[in-house]
Ligand binder design. Structure first.
Ligand code: NAP
Length: 491
């Protein structure tokens, strides 16, 4: 199966932070792949801005190297790479001063014909406000321009509100694209297709039939390279408030009337607003420590951040409840952590046991489990109960109905576009469905803040867990107290 390429309108994309890690590792390689895919129209311009004093040649050499490192197989096409680099211009601009703004304004005025104008804020969050103000001051914040704002969007409700207010001074909500790159992942969008494209699941998608839901985002990487930021944030702010919250919304929301930005985001917002406050005994925080005989892969959090007293969590598990008609009484267990045994993002929907076994208790009881694997090995598995083969009477067993997208869909399923490819093209198309609205972000912080304030006031210290393990023992205890267990994080 070959995926369809739908061309986008002519655009000027200004990337503030064009020399940064995100621009080099994700944004520019993503644009290059779209260029190779034939989606970038002739005459489209990418203007990379930062303070460094770089010649055009030096900047292009930097990006050529980045694309060779992060661009995948496409990078071998040197003709395409040269043509792509021709679309790039470097502009020296200071977000907090006046350097470079007149030149950038002139450059923007040179764009021929009607263009979508996008300003991508790939800079530290302290620069989001100053950038919006400078764009306005220099007449670049036009009614038709769009801004893309990276995460983190605030570090609590107050700062998120303040940032929303600053951006709203110069841009209306329809111009603001708050990125959560998780929403751009092919399999995350597939959650909506699986739920709302099949009649099979939706009638069972409620507390009457679902026992509980587990959402796991496990990472093997640590925090190297992001130590200062991470130690001020922790897993709750860095992952739970945004990525896991978005997955929870997509798995729990009501069907929107249509696949349209506000219809989808209205339903997600209702889920967040229906979340109960999480009880302290339903929260487990962990911090990774070195294993015995540790090598570089299995280091310790505190040494890495250079703060032997750090109480920041690199792992969090919690039990959430959604107080609405569909989900009252169904627990949602969410967990995420660094330096775990395997990289795995998966949603497991555990259905209830059949109300009565006609085969008698000796046959065994098996509940259905639907696993939606977001990464790696994207696909879905449904565990179905069948008769154990053989003449030994009626005994039951589980078998998986397994669909791995790479096998079922061929090349298109096995090599999905990177989230940034999809999201940047959506910004150019003007489609905000996969971007967070301001009220959604604020509602997520309103749920998160009391949780953080609670453990801060209690002086809770995260539980240690071995680097390379499945997380702290207390997370298993959280489940055992409810007579449940985590589905394994598969290595
Ligand atoms: P980074 O590597 O530190 O890059 C920062 C960029 O901002 C550089 O290009 C820097 O260039 C530029 N910059 C700094 N001060 C500036 C100023 N006053 N005026 C103009 N440009 C300025 O950061 P990053 O990792 O790319 O992250 C960028 C944003 O994306 C952050 O908000 C981060 O939280 C978010 N993010 C990053 C990742 C990731 O994987 N890296 C993932 C998710 C979200 P000069 O110093 O030359 O000016």
């Amino acid at each position: 199966m070959v995926s369809r390429v739908i061309p986008v309108d002519l655009f000027d994309l200004v990337i503030f932070g064009g020399t940064g890690d995100l621009a080099q590792r994700k944004i520019l390689p993503a644009l290059f792949r779209r260029f190779c895919g034939g989606q970038m129209p002739n005459g489209a311009r990418i203007i990379a801005a930062a303070r460094a004093d770089l010649s055009q040649a030096a900047y292009k050499a930097m990006i050529s190297k980045a694309i060779h490192t992060y661009g995948g197989n496409f990078a071998n096409d040197s003709v395409a790479l040269d043509a792509f680099l021709d679309c790039l211009t470097y502009s020296r601009v200071d977000a907090t001063g006046d350097i470079g703004w007149p030149e950038l304004t002139t450059l923007m005025e040179q764009g021929q014909g009607a263009r979508v104008t996008i300003f991508y804020f790939s800079v530290g969050p302290n620069l989001f406000g100053p950038l919006a103000e400078r764009l306005h001051k220099h007449g670049l914040a036009q009614e038709s321009s769009r801004i893309v704002v990276e995460k983190p969007f605030g570090r609590d409700l107050e700062s998120a509100r303040a940032l929303n207010a600053t951006l709203a001074t110069h841009f209306c909500e329809g111009q603001i694209y708050r990125i959560d790159h998780y929403l751009g992942k092919e399999t995350v969008q597939n959650l909506m297709a699986i739920r709302f494209g099949n009649m099979l699941f939706e009638p069972l998608w409620n507390s009457q039939y679902v026992d509980h839901i587990q959402i796991t985002v496990a990472e093997t990487v640590g925090i190297a390279g992001r130590e200062a930021y991470y130690d001020r944030s922790g897993a709750m702010r860095d992952m739970m408030q945004n990525h896991l919250m978005q997955l929870l919304c997509l798995i729990a929301m009501e069907p929107p009337a249509k696949f349209d930005p506000d219809a989808v985001r209205d339903e997600k917002l209702k889920v967040i607003r229906a979340l109960d406050t999480v009880e302290p005994h339903h929260i487990v925080r962990g911090q990774y420590q070195a294993q015995q005989g540790a090598d570089d892969r299995h280091d310790a959090y505190r040494e890495t951040v250079g703060n032997l007293r750090s109480t920041t969590e690199s792992y969090i598990a919690l039990r959430a409840h959604i107080s609405n008609w569909r989900w009252a009484g169904t627990p949602f267990y969410l967990r995420t952590g660094k330096k775990l045994v395997a990289r795995s993002s998966v949603i497991n929907v555990f259905f209830k046991d059949a109300p009565h076994s006609i085969f008698g208790e000796d046959a065994g009881r098996h509940a259905n489990l639907l696993s939606i694997r977001l990464q790696p090995n994207e696909g879905i598995t449904l565990k179905v109960t069948i008769k154990e083969p053989g003449p030994g009477g009626m005994r039951l067993m589980d078998v998986p109905l397994d669909m791995t997208f790479s096998e079922a869909l061929g090349a298109a399923g096995g090599n999905p576009p990177d989230a940034y490819e999809r999201l940047i093209m959506d910004v150019i198309r003007g489609n905000q469905t996969l971007f967070m609205r301001g009220d959604e972000v604020e509602a997520a912080w309103a749920w998160t803040d009391p949780i953080i304030a609670g453990w801060q006031s209690r002086g809770d210290v995260p539980k240690p867990y071995d680097s390379g393990s499945t997380g702290p023992d207390d997370a298993d205890l959280l489940m055992r107290r409810d007579l449940r267990e985590w589905q394994g994080i598969n290595p």
